[in-house]
Design a binder for this molecule. Structure first.
Ligand SMILES: NC(=O)c1ccc[n+]([C@@H]2O[C@H](COP(=O)([O-])OP(=O)(O)OC[C@H]3O[C@@H](n4cnc5c(N)ncnc54)[C@H](OP(=O)(O)O)[C@@H]3O)[C@@H](O)[C@H]2O)c1
Length: 188
């Protein structure tokens, strides 16, 4: 077991706090983080689209993942409006395709993680099937918890009630954010 100095990043991209996280992951990577925006009923998507438009969530996502490695399922890749995200290594997991522009593609999650180095901080960015499979492998959850239950959803985050909250930053609604939300970090 190793430790890693992790940063909790708030809305303006500032580092608010530093933690020594215990790293349990069995792969040779610095840290396996899961990042997701989750409603109160753990809903995360409908018809391969996100449920909420929260500019501060997108900003935080960019702050955390830029310069690092993101891992996603093939359907989440297809939901990205402009394809691979810039300035970070994009990894896609798929059994049906082996090449995608700007991405490294692997036929399993284990193979994807096995091809990351100890210099890489890995962020699992979804969707539901990849979150489900990676939850037992992850060191940290970086969630945006939205204080809402959507009318419709067909993709859900797995149960994370066993995880321990270590950091929280709450935000009220405003003209750009129509739901209350909180950035919350958990460790196992
Ligand atoms: N709220 C959030 O933070 C957030 C973030 C991301 C996504 N989402 C939402 O999540 C939903 C998509 O989730 P999803 O579960 O339908 O799709 P997904 O996890 O994005 O992608 C599923 C695909 O990934 C591949 N895959 C999954 N496990 C694999 C494995 N072990 N080995 C090889 N390939 C594997 C398969 O691709 P092939 O079929 O090509 O084999 C599978 O069809 C959307 O609604 C999206 O908007 C929400």
């Amino acid at each position: 077991m190793a430790t890693h100095q992790g940063r909790c990043i708030g809305v303006d991209g500032e580092s608010y706090d530093e933690f020594n996280y215990y790293i349990y992951n069995e792969f040779n990577v610095q840290m396996i983080n899961i990042i997701a925006a989750v409603a109160k009923n753990r809903a995360i998507g409908f018809q391969n689209k996100l449920l909420y438009w929260l500019p501060n969530d997108l900003k935080r996502f960019k702050s955390l993942t830029t310069g690092n490695t993101i891992v996603m399922g093939r359907k989440t890749f297809e939901s990205l409006p402009k394809g691979a995200l810039p300035n970070r290594r994009n990894i896609v997991v798929s059994r049906s395709v082996s090449k995608l522009p700007g991405c490294d593609v692997f036929p399993s999650l284990n193979e994807a993680l096995a091809h990351c180095s100890d210099q890489e901080d890995v962020y699992i960015i979804g969707g539901a099937s990849i979150y489900e499979q990676s939850l037992p492998l992850a060191d940290r959850l970086c969630l945006t918890e939205i204080n809402d239950i959507p009318h419709e959803a067909d993709a859900f985050f797995p149960d994370y009630s066993a995880w321990k909250e270590v950091w929280r930053e709450t935000h009220d609604k405003d003209e750009k954010h129509h739901q209350q939300y909180a950035f919350v970090d958990y460790v196992i």
